[in-house]
Design a protein around this ligand. Structure first.
Ligand code: PAF
Length: 276
């Protein structure tokens, strides 16, 4: 695997590689099998696969969260080598940002819903960095996990508004055998937190299993009650919404998704499940 740390190295490398399909998996590192499933999916569809590892400061609204974000770069490189990834782009912050750079893209209310309410500014930071990474890597296809469902919608909106020549692919959530959604943040969970965090995927599965038996407000209430009664878990939101707009389900709804965010001890977790 080639490891590049500058934009120039990426540009040089791809200069003579015309006609090849470039697949891109942007990450913040602390890789797990969820990320590796994105690499594998990219390999099926593309000639060359680039993974980026960049802990993006502009998407953290809590400086402590940024500081404690896991950065096991040696283990990450070993996992990418093992997966057969072609290129790792691992730039320092100074390669991506000039001091005091400004960014704002109006994507309407999508950035303020759900995650946006609890992490103000987060999606502007995500769009800012993904826009830069797309301009550097120039991928034909980019692969993102369904676990960050709203993030996928936000990035899709940016790509549409800026007419970016990239196709986005959403890949299924990877779960541990007990149902916990794989996440870089899981390393912060104590054994106690981890055990109780299982209530999130249980509540989501409960909604899926009972869909059509009870109505949406009832299902939502039951899921919230279930999570709220779990020790050590602090629920932020549990919403069952239109999968295309993240707004309440209506007669025009084609798909329905349930999304949850909660704190397990000190660790903030998100998860979701397609219901219809
Ligand atoms: O999903 C992530 O890991 C990040 O939000 C992303 C897309 C790499 C942007 O920093």
């Amino acid at each position: 695997m080639k490891i590049f740390t500058t934009r120039h190295q990426i540009a040089q490398y791809f200069t003579h590689k015309t006609g090849k399909t470039i697949g891109f998996v942007p990450t913040m590192g602390a890789l797990h099998n969820g990320h590796i499933s994105l690499i594998k999916r990219a390999q099926q569809a593309c000639n060359e696969v680039v993974c980026s590892i960049f802990v993006n400061p502009t998407q953290f609204n809590d400086p402590k969260d940024l500081e404690k974000y896991p950065r096991p770069i040696a283990a990450d490189i070993a996992m990418l080598e093992q997966a057969g990834c072609d290129i790792l782009f691992n730039p320092p912050v100074s390669e991506i940002y000039d001091n005091n750079e400004k960014w704002h893209l109006n994507i309407g209310n999508l950035e303020h819903l759900l995650e946006g309410e609890f992490r103000p500014g987060h999606y502007q930071g995500v769009m800012q960095v993904v826009n830069k990474l797309f301009n550097i890597v120039k991928p034909d296809l980019a692969f993102f996990g369904q676990k960050d469902y709203q993030q996928f919608m936000v990035i899709s909106k940016m790509v549409e508004l800026l007419n970016m020549p990239v196709k986005l692919v959403m890949c299924p959530i990877q779960r541990e055998t007990d149902g916990l959604a794989m996440s870089s943040r899981n390393v912060h969970l104590t054994a106690y937190d981890r055990q109780h965090a299982l209530i999130l995927s249980k509540a989501l599965s409960g909604v899926k299993d009972s869909f059509g038996i009870a109505d949406i407000p009832q299902l939502q209430l039951q899921a919230k009650q279930l999570i709220n009664s779990e020790p050590g878990i602090g629920l932020e939101y549990f919403e069952i919404v239109d999968g295309d707009t993240l707004t309440p389900v209506s007669s025009n709804t084609k798909s329905i998704v349930a999304l949850v965010a909660a704190r397990a001890g000190k660790t903030r977790l998100i998860d979701n499940m397609l219901i219809v």
